[in-house]
Write a protein that binds this ligand. Structure first.
Ligand code: MN
Length: 434
């Protein structure tokens, strides 16, 4: 598969075209991962690691990665690390090499745009990052050796839609926390919950956190066949958005809730609000949305989401959706926003925490294809998220416990409508009747 893309890539300049460089057709669970660990050693730095050939190729980046292409960040190559290190977050004890707290500042998967062996050997590697914070195209280039310093490279963001220009604040400042636990470096230093020993015979105890994209390493996941008629989780109506930590907040969308079952490229859509109704869901079975689901990099999956049509301002519009459902020509305007993953490649994920399910889902749906979109959330800050959602005239906010499993009718999902939207809805219904 990778070889088939060589000509495709050779003909394109991916700094100019928004086209994808192409992912070697691997399943999500076998993609090469990358991780950036923020390390409060004697000097704060960011350890940038790319999985390759069974190890993590590693560089220490003193200032951390920057989204500004003019910022060429020094990256000093360090020793290869074991794969298990990618999920390590904790404290390296005093007296050990690199003593200090470590958090997983970003992680995801990476795709080389060239033969990575040649890239590493020649000292220039172009690649794409699919992380939570770092995305788009990057280059690592080795500097000419000066005296003893032969391990100095530069980490550079290339120009694309993910790049930030000029005076944009640095990502390391605006998003300082762990993508794994939401904690700061200081909080990890204070908690001392896990300790990594680098000395000894090199046999390190593997961390107990899940590996990127691996359903079998997620706590609460169990091996099971793909379910046929799962019960969709419901949200309980609330008056106020919970403002504490540990909640994910998603914008409520005006659309058709669907459960999407994918089995070896075969897609079945079911109306989650009306199990008996097949009309709307079946109208979508030959749309761009179904094609996008069929192309997901997995064998089997069960996704929960909402089919919507966005208006020109990016707001989901129920009337536009009605039109698109009724008109085969307009059907490809319908987008499935996926916000939960109940099953992946033989593993039932309903017993796992929402945080882990969404992380797997984000990796699964990270390709930007028409018809499918990952449903982003904000963690914490419920009150301000609600104000912003209502200001943007959205129908409301759905709040979900980050640590909760997927269970029908549990009170771990709350929906808080925007008052203006409620009033407008009433007015619309009233005028529709008259
Ligand atoms: Mn380090």
């Amino acid at each position: 598969m990778a070889a088939d893309l060589r000509k495709y890539r050779a003909r394109r300049n991916f700094e100019r075209t928004p086209e994808p460089a192409g992912d070697p057709g691997q399943s999500v669970s076998t993609r090469a991962q990358f991780v950036v660990q923020k390390h409060g050693a004697r000097r704060l730095h960011y350890d940038f690691r790319l999985e390759h050939d069974g190890v993590l190729k590693s560089w220490a980046v003193p200032k951390g990665p920057s989204l500004d292409p003019r910022e060429r960040r020094l990256a000093v190559q360090t020793e290869d690390h074991p794969i298990e290190y990618a999920t390590f977050e904790g404290v390296i004890p005093q007296g050990e090499y690199g003593a200090g707290p470590v958090i997983v500042w970003d992680r995801g998967h990476w795709v080389p745009e060239m033969d990575p062996d040649k890239g590493f050997a020649n000292g220039k590697l172009d690649f794409t990052l699919h992380g939570e914070k770092l995305r788009g195209r990057w280059t690592l280039v080795r500097l000419a050796p000066r005296g003893k310093e032969k391990d100095n490279w530069l980490l550079i963001k290339r120009r694309d839609r993910e790049a930030h220009g000029d005076d944009a604040p640095e990502l390391v400042d605006t998003l300082p926390e762990s993508v794994l636990t939401g904690r700061s470096l200081d909080e990890v230093a204070a908690s001392r919950d896990r300790v990594w020993h680098s000395s000894g015979d090199g046999e390190a105890s593997p961390p107990q956190t899940p590996q990127v994209g691996r359903p079998d390493t997620v706590p609460g996941a169990r091996p099971a066949p793909l379910p046929r008629n799962p019960t969709p989780q419901r949200a309980t109506a609330a008056h106020d958005v919970p403002d504490g930590p540990g909640w994910f907040h998603e914008p409520k969308l005006a659309g058709l809730r669907l459960l999407a079952r994918v089995a070896h490229g075969r897609v079945t859509l079911r109306d989650a609000d009306d199990a008996g109704s097949r009309t709307a869901a079946s109208a979508l079975s030959s749309s761009a949305l179904a094609a996008a689901l069929a192309a997901l990099p997995c064998d089997t999956a069960l996704l929960d989401g909402v089919a919507v049509v966005f208006d020109r301002t990016g707001v989901s519009d129920a009337v536009l959706l009605e039109h698109a459902l009724a008109d085969a020509e307009a059907r490809d305007e319908i987008v499935l926003v996926v916000f939960d993953l109940l099953h992946l490649d033989g593993w039932d994920l309903r017993g796992a925490a929402l945080r882990a399910r969404k992380e797997l889902l984000r990796l699964l749906a990270s390709h930007r294809v028409p018809g499918l979109r990952y449903g982003e959330h904000v963690e914490g800050h419920g009150a301000s998220f609600y104000r912003e959602a209502c200001r943007l005239k959205l129908p409301g906010v759905v709040s979900k416990r980050a640590d909760a499993p997927y269970r029908g009718d549990a009170k771990t999902w709350l929906v808080t409508p925007c008052r203006a939207a409620k009033d407008a809805g009433k007015r619309r219904r009233r005028s529709a009747k008259t």
